[in-house]
Structures are given as structure tokens and as C-alpha cells.
Design a protein around this ligand. Structure first.
Ligand SMILES: [Zn+2]
Length: 71
């Protein structure tokens, strides 16, 4: 039974790794003209997402799935 589970676990891990890499495919560019106070504006040139961060560096993951279509 364990030998049947093994390929499934490998597949799940591979899927998660692929998904993670897809999310991290964002290429953030700082856009200082659109900063809001202490929040820095970042624009993803890969998928077009926009995000604000209060921390150092660009957002950790893509905001592509957030907002936009809902409103
Ligand atoms: Zn993106």
C-alpha cells in the first residue's frame, strides 16, 4: 500500500512546487510616484498586478487573484 502512496505524494509535492514557482514568477517594479505615505507601490510587470507594501522589498507573492473582477 505504501508503494501506491509514494507516487501520489511525489505528485502532490511537485504540484505544490510548481504552483509556488508560478506565484513567485512576479517581477515587481517599485513605482515611487504612486506611493501612499509610508506604503510603497509595486507594479508587477509579469501579470500586471499592483500592490502596496509597508515592509522592505517587493510583495512576497502575486496579487493577481485578488480584487479586480469582484467589483
Ligand atoms: Zn504578478
Amino acid at each position: 500500500m505504501l508503494i501506491l502512496l509514494f507516487p501520489i505524494i511525489i505528485g502532490v509535492v511537485a504540484y505544490l512546487a510548481w504552483k509556488n514557482r508560478a506565484v513567485r514568477g512576479c517581477r515587481w517594479r517599485a513605482d515611487s510616484r504612486r506611493d501612499k505615505g509610508s506604503l510603497r507601490m509595486y507594479h508587477c510587470i509579469s501579470c500586471g498586478a499592483e500592490a502596496f507594501t509597508a515592509t522592505q522589498g517587493p510583495p512576497a507573492n502575486c496579487k493577481k487573484g485578488l480584487g479586480g473582477k469582484g467589483l
